[in-house]
Design a protein around this ligand. Sequence first.
Ligand code: HEM
Length: 142
Amino acid sequence: MNQATQQQDPADEEEPGIPPYELLGGETMVRSIVDRFYDLMELEPEFAELRAMHPPSMEGSRDKLFWFLSGWLGGPSLYIERFGHPRLRARHLPFAITSKERDQWITCMALAMQELGVAEDLRDRLLTSLYQTADWMRNTPG
Ligand code: HEM
């Protein structure tokens, strides 16, 4: 299994072409999506359970998700450069993730992308892949 498959790279199953990272507009847009994602998590009561699982300061969380998504979207592999293989499921085992947390994560990300004007077809494609990743992270019944 290659690295892209392990990360469920959304570019992996598509015809070779422009990576989603470029389609989105590169680093600035990816960082904006991550920042809006955590801002919404902080602000919106519907994401309260998800927020409560994170540390009081989410500055580190922001950087790590940005580094991860950069590579996952077909841009620079910033997370792997720093930490090696993401082992995302293992890294999430300390947190009890049910379908509720999965759905909060995806809804929060969908809202962030929508607010930032990501084109609907690209958004749908990315969210379908992210949903699979989030669903695979569930480790607790419910
Ligand atoms: C399924 C629902 C999810 C929940 C409840 C969740 C929750 C969390 C929490 C609480 C942390 C620790 C944050 C910190 O230490 O600052 C974390 C870290 C992280 N999450 Fe998630 N997450 C979910 C889904 C995802 C998805 C779908 C991705 C990627 C597409 C992702 C990527 C990451 C990354 C890269 C880290 C940092 C890992 C590290 O190096 O420590 N998460 N997540």
